[in-house]
Design a binder for this molecule. Structure first.
Ligand code: B12
Ligand code: SF4
Length: 450
């Protein structure tokens, strides 16, 4: 999606673009140096933009930059995405293969940087590119990022170019239990909350900006009629924040009369932003599974997370969602700083007792740029080079007093306990995830192989 947005918003009369998705093509720059070289050898590329969104994937971005520089020394390498934005000065300070970083949303700043490369402007012009982090006279310069207020001025991704069918074939699907393709939609940006473990509001700002309903409905209609999309995956940080918007959106989707569509929000929606009327409209629009991330049952930890969910309300809200006809999926973070082994066991027990249909038990990983990452650095629990691993891989972090292997074991037991107590939920897993995805999960979490 990241590169898709950049590609869609580049003036086609000025720039030629090539898009490669290494996760789809299964290119691993560490083991397939040769294959990576054949990807680029015959192309006349001057600028390489690499997305580094997830911190645990950053080493791949760094390695790719190294190989490209070796192959095409004149090429400029630009990094973007959440991880790169959170650690921009550090990355440039340590890595000569990366020339520029564009922090934050880049639909307009990336073309501005490319214009700079094309023209013969003086280096002073770099100070005008929003969000640019660059080297100058042995220092690292950092321009403030600009957040686009008028989201409708951003062109949507060219979904046909994204080869949606290849993602479904490769096992990337959530909630796609019907026929047809699945497409991600980015409808709103930003989140007013400041949860201490999350970088979303730092990346996209605290004000929630929405596309106009007309823009989104036109896009949905196009994807349904022209691209055979049947599952719409809303990837927003906090889609349900503005309930009036959500209701209008659902009403307009329902009016389209597409009976066979499915809407999902795999990131989750805040449980406290749901009420009966909104749920009814969401159901009518095509939602069937609701992911609500509760994170913990422990008041002290909830405060430390600063997620601001009233735990007393949770069971009642879940019952209300179920009454409205939905399956409920929730996540609980295991091993948040300050949690003891007893606390973690209580959280698992709580999750098993709630009326949930599916659960996720991600292990806490400190993410660069977040308040919790900074706190753990300042109290010496991690150092600033810490890179998280994927949440279901063998843990690299566990709270004080707990060994990482113990946290892995607690996570394993949590999944076993939940699905043994809710055997019907196993079927639901197969409906909502691909077999490839589930087997990967079982391999990593239950068998413990990375
Ligand atoms: C959607 C999403 C998901 C979805 C993906 C669904 C889908 N079908 O795509 C799901 C739910 C699967 C998911 C899973 C996870 N996610 Co997630 N996810 C997101 C979310 C909300 C949006 C990402 C997105 O696609 N945005 C839309 C694209 C277009 O935006 P973008 O990538 O930021 O790109 C823009 C800019 O960054 C920039 N840019 C990006 N790349 C480049 C490159 C260049 C060259 C340039 C110039 C600019 C540039 O320009 C783009 C256009 O403006 C972000 C939060 C956020 N607001 O970013 C978290 C986020 C990326 N996820 C995060 C995490 C941690 C995870 C998980 C590990 C969580 C887990 N419990 O397991 C898993 C990892 C899954 C995996 N193995 O890959 C973290 C990553 C933080 C970090 N430092 O690592 C984020 C930032 C949220 C957070 N908690 O802080 N996620
Ligand atoms: S966890 Fe959710 S509510 Fe909290 S800051 Fe991140 S996106 Fe917002």
């Amino acid at each position: 999606m990241s590169i898709g947005f950049l590609e869609a918003n580049l003036p086609k009369d000025k720039f030629n673009t090539y898009v490669f998705d290494f996760s789809l093509e299964k290119v691993n720059p560490y083991t397939e140096r040769k294959r990576l070289k054949t990807f680029f050898a015959d192309l006349d590329i001057n600028v390489f933009g690499i997305s580094s969104a997830l911190s645990f994937n950053y080493p791949y971005a760094r390695k790719t930059a190294e190989i490209i520089k070796e192959l095409i020394p004149r090429a400029k390498i630009v990094l973007g995405g959440c991880h790169a934005s959170m650690t921009a000065c550090k990355i440039l300070g340590e890595n000569d293969n990366i020339d520029f970083i564009l922090k934050g949303e880049a639909e307009f700043s990336f073309p501005a940087l490319l214009d700079y490369f094309k023209s013969n402007l003086s280096e002073d012009a770099l100070s005008l590119v929003p969000g640019l982090v660059y080297r100058r006279n042995n220092s690292i310069m950092e321009n403030p990022a600009v957040i686009t207020q008028d989201l409708d001025s951003i062109k949507p991704v060219n979904y046909r170019k994204m080869r949606l069918e290849d993602y479904v074939k490769a096992g990337y699907r959530y909630g796609t239990n019907n026929f047809g393709l699945s497409a991600p939609l980015w409808i709103s940006r930003g989140c007013p909350y400041g949860c201490t473990f999350c970088s979303a509001s730092i990346m996209n700002g605290r004000k929630v900006r929405y596309h106009s309903i007309e823009y989104v409905i036109k896009l949905i209609k196009h994807l349904y009629e022209k691209e055979n999309v049947r599952t719409f995956t809303i990837i927003d940080d906090n889609f349900t924040f503005d309930r009036a918007y959500v209701k209008k959106f659902c009403f307009e989707v329902k009016k389209l009369g597409f009976k066979d569509i499915n809407i999902v929000a795999p990131n989750g929606v805040r449980i406290d932003r749901l009420d009966q009327e909104t749920l009814k409209l969401m159901y009518e629009a095509g939602w069937r599974v609701l992911m609500v991330a509760i994170e913990t049952d422990n008041e002290k930890i909830m405060q430390k997370m600063d997620k601001k969910i009233d735990l007393k309300e949770v069971p009642g809200k879940i019952a209300m969602i179920k009454r409205a006809g939905f399956k409920v999926h929730s996540n609980f973070i295991l091993g948040f700083p300050g949690a003891s082994r007893g606390d973690i066991k209580k959280t698992i027990d709580y999750a098993c007792r709630l009326e949930l249909d599916m659960v996720g038990f991600p292990k806490f990983q400190p993410l660069p740029g977040t308040k919790m990452f900074d706190e753990l650095c300042s109290n010496g629990e991690i150092d600033e080079d810490f890179l998280p691993v994927e949440y279901n891989e063998k843990s690299k972090y566990a709270p004080k007093g707990i060994k990482t292997q113990m946290l892995d074991k607690l996570q394993r037991n949590a999944y076993l306990l939940f699905y043994l107590r809710h055997p019907a939920s196993i079927l639901l897993l197969f409906e909502n995830y691909s077999i490839k995805h589930l087997l990967g999960y079982i391999r990593r979490v239950i068998i413990g192989k990375s």
